[in-house]
Design a protein around this ligand. Sequence first.
Ligand SMILES: C[S@@+](CC[C@H](N)C(=O)[O-])C[C@H]1O[C@@H](n2cnc3c(N)ncnc32)[C@H](O)[C@@H]1O
Length: 279
Amino acid sequence: MQSKKLASIPKGISMSEILNSLHRVYSRMRMREHEMRSVLMLKLGLQKQVWSHGLFDELQYWERVLSPEALKANTDGYLERLDPQQKLEERFTELINVPTGAPVSILDVGAGPITSMGKVWDGHSVTVVPIDPLAERYRELLDKMHLTPPVYTVNVEGEKIGEHYPANSFELAHSRNALDHCYDPMVVIQQMVDSVKPACFVYLWHVKNVADMEQHKGLHQWNFDHVNGKFMVSSEQKSYCVNDELAGKATVKCHDDFSSPGFPAVVAVIQKSSGPANA
Ligand SMILES: C[S@@+](CC[C@H](N)C(=O)[O-])C[C@H]1O[C@@H](n2cnc3c(N)ncnc32)[C@H](O)[C@@H]1O
């Protein structure tokens, strides 16, 4: 019986090639099922369930880019992040208005395992507080890779910053390529604005319309764009005009950024009001 089945395999195809093909078909079916389940959950308004469902896909990315081979080639530019002497970039220092010698605290939301923010700015002591809901899994990954970041990421969801840090704590709040992964980016932006001191800034860098680019798969549910000077954050279910949402609390300015070749980005620079309501 078995030899009859084997005899029907076309010549020149090995058993391992057949098993690999079957495995590929099975993986594709699992992925499709995963996508269909996400679409259904989104239709039912279960954003947070879709989010926790997709969150762990993120670990595979970091496992790859933090491998010894990838770090050695530094194709993804993560080596700089491991340097405790990495300088805080000028696009950030120019937003921080403190006297020389004053300490500076920066919140980095959705920082990943190793924050991208520099920790050195002449004349200031800089404290970076990187937060991410995968912090514990990232710690395990870094230990496995024998890597020590200049500062470890803390386990906090962007939507819950206020439960962990008092309002008016930071000189700057930053998020890069992370709000599209969150289950409610507008709540995260509100929390980031609350977290900075009066008249201080929130700086957001995101690939333009990243959810469309990623075909709304997995964690990529949110698009970022600017339309007639307004910063727009939208999913297939909801759309926020961030300028309107923050009216009276902060002002929002946007510009394009082409510093990452092939990934046109939108930068939103949000300044919290200095009024008594925010003091
Ligand atoms: C593509 S990574 C970007 C990491 C880092 N900012 C960078 O640019 O390299 C997106 C990060 O967002 C995090 N994330 C997902 N949901 C989040 C949430 N609700 N609050 C904060 N971060 C979140 C993910 O765990 C992941 O580490």
